[in-house]
Design a binder for this molecule. Structure first.
Ligand SMILES: CC(=O)SCCNC(=O)CCNC(=O)[C@H](O)C(C)(C)COP(=O)(O)OP(=O)(O)OC[C@H]1O[C@@H](n2cnc3c(N)ncnc32)[C@H](O)[C@@H]1OP(=O)(O)O
Length: 431
């Protein structure tokens, strides 16, 4: 079914002849969407994978570009989004469009298809009342031009077996239970723990399909590893206080020493004792030599528990990118750790409603955000404001890189303190 998507955005670039932007139907266009996904991301699924596959895209949120060519009509590009609620500093969960499945057939790339889709995405998300759009970027160079900035980071670590952890009172009384993961038996408790985390950038998986997708155990992805296991850490009443999804791979050295690898897909603990108990188990599994984890918050408890960080091969990667769609709402909905009184001159060529000078005034109890003609203290682009929004990247760091201009001397540091946040933003899972 082809529902034309109107081109009304002021900066809309017309598509080349033969191409049409249209809403995609979740049922009738599904095969074409899967085909574009395979072409764009260069993968093939096995018949065993297809049996466990989950369709998590949500109805009425996919838009594609059809090509009417000499050999008929084909889908040349698509994108979709999830209706997320993203936690912002202070704990509110704000409506956000989680952009996903952006893909252009390699035979139709660099003709502006993606640009046209992204402009439509920004407009449609705003029309739905979404305050932010968030994404994981396949490549760093794609999304800055649309006003997205890196708003959180994730850490990857490789730990040797038996890495020493500081003691935490109460951790010895907690029970760690290991089981083969089964979504029917473990899914609800896993999401209960996940949904209790207090951290900017945190995105709960609010549909059954997203919950299943997160724990999907692709047979082809095992590559000789065991099936997925789960470790739950529980208090004396049996309540889960943390979990880790993991799998082990057997490996032996030439001298027959055990050098197995534990790969952690997802790990979360709600307090220090739970983190200590969980990591003590993960770091002491028999026949394992190393433990690898790739999606920790940059201030995850394990970094403070380890007595020696050297040799952990710690790396930092970009996590979620944020695009502010409704600037006054976004700035009002987050909290501020201290008083703020600043005029920001925000440049946003794609969303004129965001563009211009904004007075942000208030403090921890709340802020007023209003348009103003008053001279600005700081000038910033909307992508850089997106980077600062969750509190993980300071305005000072952006200023040091020439990405914020201090127009009134002395205004940068107080504004940077007010837009910062004491808990590092992180999402911890990909979509
Ligand atoms: C949130 C997610 O889903 S991330 C997944 C993104 N998808 C992929 O990486 C899959 C493989 N790649 C693709 O499908 C496509 O090449 C896309 C989506 C990256 C780009 O689509 P295209 O239709 O070729 O892009 P389009 O022609 O609209 O280009 C718009 C601009 O982006 C630039 N651009 C396009 N791709 C890239 C890239 N990979 N890196 C840097 N810049 C890029 C173009 O040069 C152009 O620049 P300009 O503003 O200076 O003119």
């Amino acid at each position: 079914m082809l529902v034309p998507v109107p081109h009304t955005h002021p900066t809309q670039v017309p598509l080349p002849p033969g191409y049409r932007l249209a809403e995609l139907d979740d049922a009738t266009d599904r095969d074409a969407m899967r085909e574009i996904d395979r072409w764009a991301f260069a993968f093939e699924s096995s018949p065993e994978d297809d049996q466990v596959d989950v369709w998590a895209l949500e109805p009425a949120r996919s838009v594609g570009v059809w090509f009417d060519g000499p050999r008929g009509t084909m889908l040349a590009a698509m994108h979709s989004s999830y209706a997320f609620r993203v936690q912002v500093p202070g704990g509110q969960r704000v409506p956000a469009a989680g952009l996903t499945w952006v893909g252009v057939h390699p035979g139709h790339r660099r003709r502006g298809l993606s640009r046209t889709m992204l402009h439509a995405h920004l407009r449609r998300s705003r029309d739905r009342g979404e305050v932010l759009s968030v994404l994981y970027a396949a490549e760093s160079g794609i999304y800055g031009r649309y006003g997205y900035g890196i708003a959180s980071h994730r850490a990857s670590l490789t730990l040797g077996r038996g890495a020493d952890l500081r003691p935490v009172p109460g951790s010895e009384e907690l029970l760690v239970e290991l089981d083969t993961f089964d979504v029917a038996r473990h899914g609800a408790e896993l999401e209960q723990v996940h949904g209790s985390a207090v951290r900017p950038g945190w995105i709960t998986r609010d549909t059954e399909a997203l919950r299943r997708l997160h724990v999907l155990d692709w047979p082809s992805a095992r590559k000789g590893a065991e099936r997925r296991r789960i470790a739950f850490v529980r208090d004396a009443a049996g309540e889960p206080r943390g979990y880790a999804l993991l799998r082990r791979t057997e490996k032996w050295s030439d001298e027959n020493r055990p050098e197995g690898v534990v790969k952690i897909h997802d790990v979360l603990a709600l307090d220090a004792a739970a983190a200590r108990a969980l990591w003590a188990t993960l770091l002491d599994l028999d026949l394992m030599g190393t433990v690898e984890v790739r999606n920790l918050a940059p201030d995850d408890a394990v970094l403070g528990l380890l007595t020696d960080l050297r040799g952990t091969n710690r790396k930092i990667h970009d996590d979620v990118w944020v695009r502010i769609l409704d600037l006054p709402a976004a700035l009002r909905l987050r909290s501020y750790p201290c008083a703020v009184d600043v005029v920001l001159d925000v440049s946003d060529p794609l969303v004129p409603d965001n563009h211009g000078r904004w007075h942000v005034r208030g403090g921890p109890e709340g802020v007023e955000v209003s348009r103003t003609e008053a001279p600005a203290h700081l000038a910033i682009g909307v992508a850089d404001l997106g980077s600062a929004y969750l509190g993980g990247t300071t305005l000072s760091a952006l200023h040091a890189a020439g990405r914020v201009t201090e127009l009134v001397p002395g205004s940068l540091v107080p504004a940077a303190a007010a837009l910062g946040w004491p808990v590092a933003p992180s999402t911890g899972w990909g979509f």
